[in-house]
Ligand binder design. Structure first.
Ligand SMILES: *Cc1c(COP(=O)(O)O)cnc(C)c1O
Length: 415
């Protein structure tokens, strides 16, 4: 960072916090293995460094949505169990099988494609069968489950696949006591039993996302798939703050003030003049906008720490910039503005932005744009006196070291 100038805006990603979150989450689900979900570039935090840090802290599994995301991790040196679940006909099944990725199958078309890919590659594909227990997205409906499990068993005895998992996903785990939770759990139990009766012996059954990991121990089964909590963000404010679960927000979004100036009263600010200064005042320009993922919906409401106080966005958030009114407080161009972070310097959190924009904190962190460089700190666990790696082979440690070197060279560049 010494020789490179401070970027206009930066998302500082604290990998030591991420590792501590993974350890805290493992303690919440001590009998289950943990899958750290790093889809959508690690919820905006950088998939490769986050996956590596999660593995260092004992995540036995990494999960992504698309096969392309999973293959990119392998290309970056990730080793260990890796699963992806969002498949479309024609997707790279064979590449996934060759890269030893667990693939999810929700229906007969997908089973046919993976069996063909496994035969072509002369390998045994690891297949996880997904049940729709009530979410209504992907997943096999109960009525179609006997056909899918029987066909999967046949492909297994034929040597093309191994069914490694049976899994499903909650609709409303973030609303404790929601009436859909118990029926989903019960149906998952039934569909798991049917899979066993079909002759399948999956290594892992899994149902829990972050919310269920934190609030529903009976849903932990063999593996918990946790995304948002790894990044230190609570799945929903109703469940509690991150600190209530021993979690710490991983991303801090900071910007340097691009201009600070006195303006007279009656001065219109930003497109549409939705704010007009009520008196002579000082305006500060924050050089990030909706193209950087700052929600335009937070125009007039988003919070920012500038010159020691929370300010509110005045006027419209534009593509590249927005304005805050400092009154008579002092600041200079180049001073730091904190949009969100863990909160211990008095800054807002991603949750505060979610409230201001009438959305969820997932969307706030995930949408930070590619124009904002991710700066990863705490890359090496050894520097922090943290507990040693869990279950890491010498080989994966070497991989991690190589990849960490590569990452250090690219730190500060856009991801
Ligand atoms: C995104 C996702 C998760 C992780 O959800 P969080 O609420 O972020 O923990 C788990 N499972 C599936 C299928 C997902 O798509």
């Amino acid at each position: 960072m010494n020789e490179t100038p401070m970027p206009r805006a930066r998302a500082v990603v604290d990998l030591a916090a991420l590792r501590a979150n993974v350890r805290a989450l493992r303690a919440h689900a001590p009998r289950a293995a943990l899958m750290a979900v790093v889809k959508s570039d690690g919820y905006g935090h950088g998939a490769v460094p986050c996956a590596r840090a999660a593995r260092q802290a004992g995540a036995a599994w990494i999960g992504t949505a698309t096969p392309q995301e999973a293959l990119a991790l392998r290309a970056a040196g990730d080793v260990g169990r890796l699963m992806c679940w969002l498949w479309t006909p024609g997707d790279p099944w064979r590449a996934a099988v060759e890269a030893d990725i667990d693939v999810s199958v929700s229906g007969m078309w997908a089973l046919r494609e993976v069996v063909a890919a496994a035969r072509a590659a002369r390998l045994v594909a690891r297949v996880q069968l997904k049940a729709d227990t009530g979410l209504g997205r992907s997943g096999c409906m109960p009525a179609d489950w006997p056909e899918l499990t029987a066909a999967a068993r046949e492909a297994e005895t034929g040597g093309a696949i191994k069914v490694t998992g049976v899994w499903s996903h909650f609709a409303c785990a973030d609303e404790p006591g929601h009436p859909s939770i118990a029926p989903q759990l019960a149906l998952f139990g039934e569909m798991s039993e049917q899979a066993a009766l079909a002759g399948l012996e999956p290594e892992v059954r899994h149902l829990a996302n972050s919310a269920a990991l934190l609030t529903l121990p009976e849903a932990h089964f063999d593996l918990v798939r946790t995304g948002i909590a790894v990044y230190g963000v609570s799945p929903s404010p109703e469940l509690g703050d991150p600190a209530d679960f021993g979690l710490r927000p991983v991303m801090t979004l900071a910007a340097s003030l691009a201009s600070v100036k006195r303006v007279p009263d009656g001065h219109g600010v930003s497109y549409g003049h939705h704010y007009v200064t009520p008196a002579e005042t000082t305006l500060a320009l924050i050089p990030v906008g909706y193209a950087d993922g700052i929600p335009r919906h937070a125009s007039g409401t988003g919070p920012v720490l500038v010159a020691g106080k929370w300010r509110t966005v005045v006027g419209r958030i534009a593509m590249d910039q927005f304005v805050v009114d400092l009154g008579d407080d002092k600041a200079e161009a180049g001073d730091e503005a904190l949009l969100f972070g863990p909160g211990d310097r008095g800054e807002p959190t991603a949750e505060d932005w979610a409230r201001a924009a009438n959305t969820i904190a997932y969307e706030i962190v995930t949408r930070i744009g590619t124009r904002v460089p991710r700066v990863h700190t705490g890359v090496r666990a050894s520097e922090n006196g943290e507990p040693g790696e869990n279950a890491a082979s010498a080989e994966s440690a070497a991989h991690a070291a190589n990849a960490a070197n590569a990452e250090n060279k690219s730190t500060g560049s856009a991801t």
